[in-house]
Write a protein that binds this ligand. Structure first.
Ligand code: 5GP
Length: 116
């Protein structure tokens, strides 16, 4: 079995974090090292390591995360301009191997840029 990530520990309450939202399937916390004025993480409670490890069985969960990402962006006041980022794999910048979406807002995004 793979080792527990920091996000599993946050979900289980073993490590404190500023929780903005949670339900049975996911949790939303503030990123500890924000890269934009609004930078939160939306994390499924199921510990899927990377997006490519998700299966058809996870389709409803992934859909739920997308809907919640929009709701959370709206509730944070960035519903009209935010970026949703998933880093998949170390070379793509993934550092925590528990699937998560970055919701980034309140930042001027360069047209066409992928930079965070
Ligand atoms: P990744 O690089 O894997 O896509 O994103 C991991 C994110 O988790 C980073 O933006 C990092 O700042 C954030 N992070 C890492 N450890 C913690 C933590 O203990 N608490 C919170 N709130 N965020 C964390």
């Amino acid at each position: 079995m793979s080792e527990e990530t920091i996000f599993t520990k946050i979900i289980n309450g073993q490590i404190p974090s500023e929780i903005l939202f949670q339900d049975d399937l996911c949790i939303c916390i503030k990123d500890i090292q924000p890269k934009a004025p609004t930078h939160v993480l939306l994390i499924p409670k199921k510990p899927i390591p990377r997006l490519v490890d998700a299966t058809q069985e996870d389709a409803a969960l992934l859909g739920h995360l997308m809907v919640k990402a929009g709701d959370i962006a709206k509730s944070l006041g960035v519903g009209d301009a935010f970026r949703l980022v998933i880093n998949n794999g170390e070379q793509a910048g993934q550092t925590v191997f528990h699937l998560h979406m970055h919701i980034l807002g309140d930042k001027t995004f360069t047209e066409g840029s992928l930079g965070m």
